[in-house]
Design a protein around this ligand. Structure first.
Ligand SMILES: [Ca+2]
Ligand SMILES: [Ca+2]
Length: 408
């Protein structure tokens, strides 16, 4: 196993506290040199954690596209090159390629923005150019507390960024609701067949998190639904008595990263406990273990459950991180700007404070690199110019959008 030396990047700090590389570029770093939280745990196979650096790494140049924004959660490029963003507090607006910030888009539903809640992910419908339809997820206030819901709406927006949502309809509700403020997920990813994968969380608290193992509960699941919110007829549990038919996979903790891979299969990265973030390729009806089988330990330092990392019938993660990166946002890179990142997964790191780049071959992680950005990364997208755009956040101080280009 290889533990490369960390390279310290000289940095400056903007008004937001966003550390940016001084001069032209940041040298991407390798895997963590920090000791694990659970040193007695062994990976199930050698490539499951702490992958080596790739043979070559790009010099990454950063520039701030927009700064001083409210705390953002997600961003998508519109076909015209503008960025549609969600703000945690329940706002949506567009940002121009030159950083011009548009006014609030009207028509959003009320969100419960306490704790980790708020307006979360946004996705454009596959036929957005003709339908103008978008989908978004949010923590919805409910009689029984709150819960993650998915809505669709038609977005009408003019050249100045003035816009409104119409035909707003909640198409899916994670149930049961729960009176808490943690682990709402979520990400929305369209399948190659234009169906929607919805990732959520298990609401974190000991009182409910075991429901990640219960197919009668919507906590801690990946769902697969059509654009009206209906379960697909070939979903894995549609014929199981008492199971929620929208479920695609179970035993997840809190998934704030998801994307399709090069061949159209779904990949997710979930927040683990203290040590134990994991990359999965969720398959129909499979159980990913939480909270009975997991890497890492409780925040208290105690084992999670029986401290078991392996069990018959439970799918192992493709890769895990101990210590954690705290993943949020994920993109498949297929652009020309970074040739060495072809087909790599780009994952935002809240705790990692930068971009995590995973290189896979045949579903095995063969290399990991890090691009330090000195800020929590909440979302990652690839722009129409093949540059990488990250949404950063500083707790209580707002967000920025930073463009990453190749200075190699
Ligand atoms: Ca999105
Ligand atoms: Ca797992």
């Amino acid at each position: 196993m290889r533990y490369p030396l960390t390279t310290l990047a000289t940095s400056i700090v903007t008004s937001l506290g966003l550390a940016l590389t001084l001069g032209t570029s940041a040298l991407a770093q390798g895997v963590t040199t920090q000791p694990p939280n659970a040193p007695s745990q062994e990976p199930a196979f050698p490539e499951q954690t702490r992958a080596p650096l790739p043979d070559s790494q790009p010099q990454v140049e950063t520039s701030v596209v927009a700064d001083g924004l409210p705390q953002l959660w997600a961003m998508e490029f519109l076909p015209d090159g503008r960025m549609l963003v969600t703000a945690k507090a329940g706002r949506m607006f567009v940002i121009g390629p030159d950083g011009t910030v548009g006014p609030d888009i009207s028509g959003l539903p009320e969100v419960d923005a306490r704790g980790q809640g708020g307006l979360l992910d946004v996705a454009l419908a596959p036929d957005f150019e003709t339908s103008n339809r978008i989908f978004f997820s949010f923590s919805e206030p409910r009689d029984a507390g709150n819960g993650t819901s998915v809505a669709s709406a038609v977005l009408k927006i003019d050249d100045a960024g003035e816009g409104e949502l119409s035909e707003v309809e909640v198409i899916f509700r994670q149930t049961p609701g729960y009176d808490g403020n943690k682990h709402f997920g979520s990400r929305l990813v369209f399948s190659p067949e234009d169906n929607l994968y919805v990732t959520v969380g298990e609401r974190s608290d000991a009182a409910v998190r075991n429901q990640a193992q219960d197919v009668g509960s919507g906590l801690g699941k990946v769902f697969r639904i059509d654009q009206n919110g209906a379960p697909l007829p070939d979903n894995p549990l549609v014929d199981v008595d008492g199971a929620q038919p929208e479920i695609w996979s179970l035993g997840h903790r809190n998934m704030q990263s998801a994307t399709l891979g090069p061949d159209g299969r779904l990949w997710t990265v979930e927040h683990g406990p203290r040590g134990g973030d994991e990359l999965n390729q969720p398959q129909a009806g499979k159980n990913y273990g939480w909270p009975e089988v997991t890497y890492g330990i409780e925040y208290s330092g105690q084992p999670v459950g029986d401290g078991v990392t392996f069990s018959e019938g439970v799918s192992q993660p493709v890769y895990y991180w101990d210590p954690v990166i705290a993943p949020s946002g994920m993109a498949l890179y297929q652009g020309a700007e970074f040739p060495t990142w072809q087909n790599a997964f780009l994952i935002g790191g809240l705790v990692a404070q930068g971009l995590v780049v995973l290189h896979l071959e045949d579903d095995v992680v063969v290399a990991e690199e890090r691009v330090p950005l000195g800020a929590r990364v909440r979302d990652v997208r690839v722009g129409p110019d093949d540059a990488v755009y990250v949404v950063t956040e500083q707790r209580g101080a707002g967000s920025a959008i930073v463009r990453l280009s190749n200075a190699s």
